[in-house]
Design a protein. Structure first.
Ligand code: GCO
Length: 255
């Protein structure tokens, strides 16, 4: 029986992949054999990521564009598909954190957060899905968050955007399932990355370790491996699911 977790011969586009969760997702998919396209805004950061991936034997292409620029993103996805002849996996991971109390939260900040996390996800996944529709198969994965299903102060736009991604996941899974595609999301808990460094180095660290049954922060690779599962043949019957990877934090009151 072939290895159901192998991605040999397949291609993947990952947005926001020059560092953090996106890089870990790209590394996991590449380690399983996929050729990965690394999207980010900064070409230098992309090149560095591609070099690191190549050092680990992973075929990586640079795919620089601003995810909020839908036309540029669609053109980049089309170009990658045409260059490689296929597009098997699309992961929308790009996003930024912004912690501002609701009563002080500017509308521009609200809009840009939804543009990057949610609207870009819609537009880029649609561009990818058109190629997958022609092939009769594909995997679409969104990086969501536990913030979509738990209330926390100062992240109203981020939480709303991630909640929208979860709803979009279910809607797309319903329409695209009959076309040979699955659509799922990953909801990370507190993972040690640059985006959460300030929390990790504050008193918040003790809260996370206390509130999380496994007693620690997650590692980016633990999100990468969850994405590998959802992208693989092993998850062919998982569709419309939000896979929470949080060490048990959101199911526990033990804090
Ligand atoms: C925060 C954090 C969270 C985490 C992550 C959890 O301010 O609570 O930035 O948003 O980064 O999204 O899934």
């Amino acid at each position: 029986m072939p290895n159901p977790f192998s991605l040999e011969g397949r291609t993947a586009v990952i947005t926001g992949a020059s560092r953090g969760l996106g890089y870990a997702i790209a590394h996991a998919l590449g380690t399983a054999g996929a050729t990965v396209a690394i999207n980010a805004r900064n070409p230098d950061q992309i090149e560095a990521a591609c070099s690191d991936l190549a050092r680990d034997g992973i075929q990586a292409h640079a795919l620089p564009f601003e995810v909020a620029d839908g036309a540029a993103g669609q053109a980049a996805i089309d170009r990658f598909h045409d260059e490689t002849g296929r597009l098997d996996i699309f992961v929308h991971n790009a996003g930024h954190g912004m912690r501002v109390p609701f009563l002080e939260h500017g509308f521009e900040a609200w809009q840009s957060t939804l543009d990057v996390h949610l609207s870009a996800g819609f537009r880029l996944a649609q561009a990818a899905a058109k190629h997958m529709d022609a092939a009769g198969k594909g995997r679409i994965i969104f990086t969501s968050s536990i913030m979509a299903s738990t209330g926390r102060a100062t992240v109203p736009a981020y939480a709303a955007a991630k909640g929208g991604l979860n709803a979009l996941t279910r809607s797309m899974a319903t329409e695209l399932g009959p076309k040979g595609m699955t659509v799922n999301a990953i909801a990370p808990g507190y993972i040690a990355t640059e985006l959460t460094r300030d929390l990790h180095e504050s008193e918040f660290n003790a809260f996370v370790c206390r509130q999380t049954p496994v007693g620690r922060w997650g590692e980016p690779n633990e999100i990468g491996w969850a994405a590998l599962y959802l992208a693989s043949d092993a998850a062919a019957y998982v569709n419309g699911h939000v896979l929470t990877v949080d060490g048990g934090m959101t199911i526990s009151l033990n804090g």
